[in-house]
Design a binder for this molecule. Structure first.
Ligand code: PLP
Length: 420
């Protein structure tokens, strides 16, 4: 990922040709909030949806809607084709070797729970260890705590430095013969830090330790190549990458998925059922019990098409420049302190202000039409580690521009006046 250097000149970033029409592609950006044009800076929570994704969903329900995999009639065949095509699109997007390595889930959260239940639980014994980091989203903490409660395994936490960086050497020192999984966040949703995924995976691999990458905040900002990373598992959420809610995915190396027990039981994941015993399908079907979120998967495929139509290099480059601009402009507010001081950052800027609680910041900004998130961002341990109870977070996407940043800064100046 690109580095953001602190002392670059303040100039609004130019919008590249491939993004010139991006704002028009997202109909919601036309609406007003509290009488002001919407400035949507809560993209780490959920991105907005382009018209192409909305149209794909409408078209699916208007023309194709049917249950998949089990029907011989035309609608079912078409819906099955579209669902499996979406799986292939996501596989190509992540450079997975085989579309069978993509399991559709409800979101990143379910994908992590699936790995905990189906991969880790059968191989851990009391006293074994799972290593995560101090900057994980609760989705990558709580499933492991539950697993440890069930099995007697121990959760080890790799530390974060005072300035919000992962202490990679300390993490490596935690890895050992008892480690059954290293699971870490690629890009922090709370503070925007980017972790050195390849280095961490290589360190784990040296000791034969499987890895899970939480890429929920990475796949929409940069190219993520699972073969290059060589991770065993990777998880993502569709709604954070311009797709619908309720759909996400687990990438798992086929050799891993093949050896895993089912996650949930039900229709479509079985080969044969008798009362004496049941046999299961091969991955990915083994992990997709019941009727899946068919339209969600197809909508996610359309979201992937949208990102590809812009180009991930274009997005990464533009967002990096927008982030530099935003950081520089935030510097104008003396009472404001950006949380986390690191060379590499993507997606989010978290900050606090003297005298104003993050919820006050969020409320005042909302009156100006500016949507940011305030709170612990589902990262309570990280907040505590960094000495704050909550932050305000502005998080960016490809459709944001320097006017959005300017509106944010104007709103924050108002906060400063009200609370300063
Ligand atoms: N991991 C990270 C880094 C996230 O930012 C989030 C959501 O904010 C999640 C996991 C969980 O995503 P979801 O709620 O879509 O499962």
């Amino acid at each position: 990922m690109k580095m953001i250097e602190g002392n670059q000149k303040l100039a609004p970033p130019e919008i590249p040709t491939a993004l010139q029409n991006a704002r028009k592609d997202f109909p919601i950006l036309k609406r007003e909030v509290n009488g002001k044009p919407l400035v949507y800076l809560d993209n780490a929570a959920s991105t907005q949806k382009p018209q192409s994704v909305i149209d794909t969903l409408t078209r699916y329900y208007e023309y194709e809607n049917a249950n998949i995999h089990r029907g011989v009639h035309l609608l079912s065949t078409e819906a099955t084709g579209a669902y499996e095509e979406a799986r292939q699109k996501l596989a190509t997007y992540l450079n997975a070797a085989d579309s069978a390595e993509i399991v559709f889930t409800r979101q990143a959260t379910e994908a992590i729970n699936l790995v905990a239940h189906s991969f880790v639980e059968p191989i851990v014994e009391a006293g074994d260890e799972i290593v995560i980091t101090h900057m994980e989203h609760h989705a990558n903490i709580v499933p492991w705590q539950l697993l440890c409660d069930r099995t007697g395994a121990i959760l080890k936490i790799a530390p974060v430095t005072d300035n919000g960086q992962l202490d990679t050497e300390a993490l490596k020192n935690l890895l050992g013969p008892k480690t059954k999984l290293l699971s870490f966040v690629y890009v922090s949703n709370a503070i925007g830090a980017i972790n050195p995924a390849e280095e961490l995976i290589a360190a784990a691999k040296d000791q034969g330790i499987p890895t899970l990458v939480d890429a929920a905040q990475a796949v929409q900002h940069t190219t993520v190549d699972v073969q290059e990373l060589d991770c065993d598992f990777l998880v993502l959420s569709g709604h954070k990458m311009f797709g619908p809610t309720g759909i996400g995915a687990l990438y798992g190396q086929l050799s891993r998925l093949e050896g895993m027990r089912p996650y949930q039981g039900g229709g479509d994941m079985i080969s044969h059922v008798t009362f004496e015993g049941t046999t299961y399908k091969e991955p990915p079907s083994r992990f997709e019990a019941g009727t899946p979120h068919i339209s969600g998967a197809i909508g996610l495929g359309a979201a992937v098409d949208y990102i590809e139509s812009v180009g991930r290099d274009v997005i990464e480059d533009y967002e990096a420049k927008l982030m530099i601009y935003a950081l520089k402009r935030l510097d104008e507010i003396p009472s404001l302190r950006v949380i986390g001081d690191f060379e590499k950052r993507a997606g989010a800027i978290s900050f606090v202000m003297e005298n104003a609680h993050p919820h006050d910041i969020g409320t005042v900004l909302d009156t100006e039409g500016v949507a940011v998130r305030s709170g612990h961002h589902c990262c309570e341990p990280l907040m505590r580690r960094l000495g704050v109870v909550a932050t305000a977070r502005a998080s960016f996407s490809l459709y944001n521009n320097h006017q959005d940043v300017d509106a944010l800064v104007d709103g924050l100046k108002k906060v400063n006046t009200l609370f300063g």
